[in-house]
Design a protein around this ligand. Structure first.
Ligand SMILES: NC(=O)c1ccc[n+]([C@@H]2O[C@H](COP(=O)([O-])OP(=O)(O)OC[C@H]3O[C@@H](n4cnc5c(N)ncnc54)[C@H](O)[C@@H]3O)[C@@H](O)[C@H]2O)c1
Length: 264
């Protein structure tokens, strides 16, 4: 099995529709031992979702912006496993006034909140888990990106935060390579999760993907993304770091859909 013997932290499970929930499911199916993290009022939902996994895992409190939570998570993992082989970072948040077509009016504090929770937090998780991955002789970190190399309708400062997340991925890869820690991002196509539904106009992503992605794209199926998460956390990508891997049906590679050619 791909992840036999791996001890992994999976953040970002809210419901059983979360990309992280499907990643946790496949990680367990592939032999990993996992813990989930839960955040604030959503933690009860995370605990309920944990019960629907093949082997219900423990849920540890983690507000990624609270240094005491990060320290307590690391202490728990140290007592539990003595080391850690990697983690999925699936954390994002932007205030309402940073999304939905209000780009020109967004106050700096809201843009900063989106950046800190959605991009800087990858550094927080990496540094918090680093001693445990050093004890494991190395590790793998994966985050979930939405490609922002072009501007999208409504995605606004969340899109800017995702561009920052790609840069954070590269800088972490640079600084953690000496510890044999790989740091990558998966750029996923649109999926209808709780986070996605909170983005006004999300349905338009569905339309444009349906028209343009060469392989097609099912916004209700996170499994292709979750499988790539498993690959990137496994020993089968040992020399890949600082990379953004697209799991989007090939959408990013083509400029327009392959509709009928106009011969006139
Ligand atoms: N759904 C999509 O279309 C899509 C596409 C590409 C990338 N992504 C990314 O995938 C990741 C997971 O999102 P999802 O779509 O599965 O939605 P989701 O709502 O299920 O997950 C978002 C998670 O972020 C967590 N979170 C927010 N603030 C936090 C904090 N301060 N500390 C700890 N956790 C916090 C929430 O608890 C939640 O579990 C996000 O980074 C999202 O941007 C989503």
């Amino acid at each position: 099995m791909l992840l036999e013997g791996k001890r992994l932290v999976v953040t970002g499970v809210l419901t059983d529709g979360s990309i992280a929930w499907h990643s946790a499911r496949i990680a367990q199916e592939q032999g990993a031992e996992i813990v989930l993290t839960g955040f604030g009022r959503g933690r009860r939902l995370t605990e309920r979702s944990a019960q629907r996994l093949p082997n219900p895992p423990d849920v540890i409190e983690l507000d990624i912006n609270d240094p005491e939570h990060m320290a307590a998570l690391a202490a728990d993992l140290d007592a539990r496993w003595g080391a850690c082989d990697g983690a999925l970072h699936a954390i994002a948040f932007a205030p309402d006034d940073a999304l939905g077509g209000k780009f020109l009016d967004t106050p700096a504090e809201s843009a900063a909140t989106a950046f800190v929770t959605s991009a800087f937090s990858y550094k927080t998780l990496a540094v918090g888990l680093r001693p445990l991955m050093q004890k494991a002789g190395g590790g793998a970190l994966v985050t979930l990106d939405f490609d922002n190399s072009q501007a999208w309708p409504a995605y606004d400062w969340m899109g800017v935060a995702k561009s920052a997340l790609q840069a954070v991925t590269r800088y972490l890869a640079k600084d953690l390579g000496a510890d044999n820690i790989r740091v990558n991002a998966i750029s996923a196509g649109p999926l209808t999760t709780v986070a996605a539904k909170s983005i006004p106009g999300f349905a338009r992503f569905d339309d444009v993907w349906g028209e343009r992605a060469p392989l097609g794209w099912d916004t209700s199926d996170p499994t292709p993304v979750a499988r790539m998460v498993a690959v990137m956390l496994s020993d089968w990508a040992p020399m890949t770091s600082g990379e953004v891997i697209h799991v989007d049906g090939g959408f990013h590679a083509v400029a327009t859909g392959s509709g009928p050619v106009d011969e006139t």
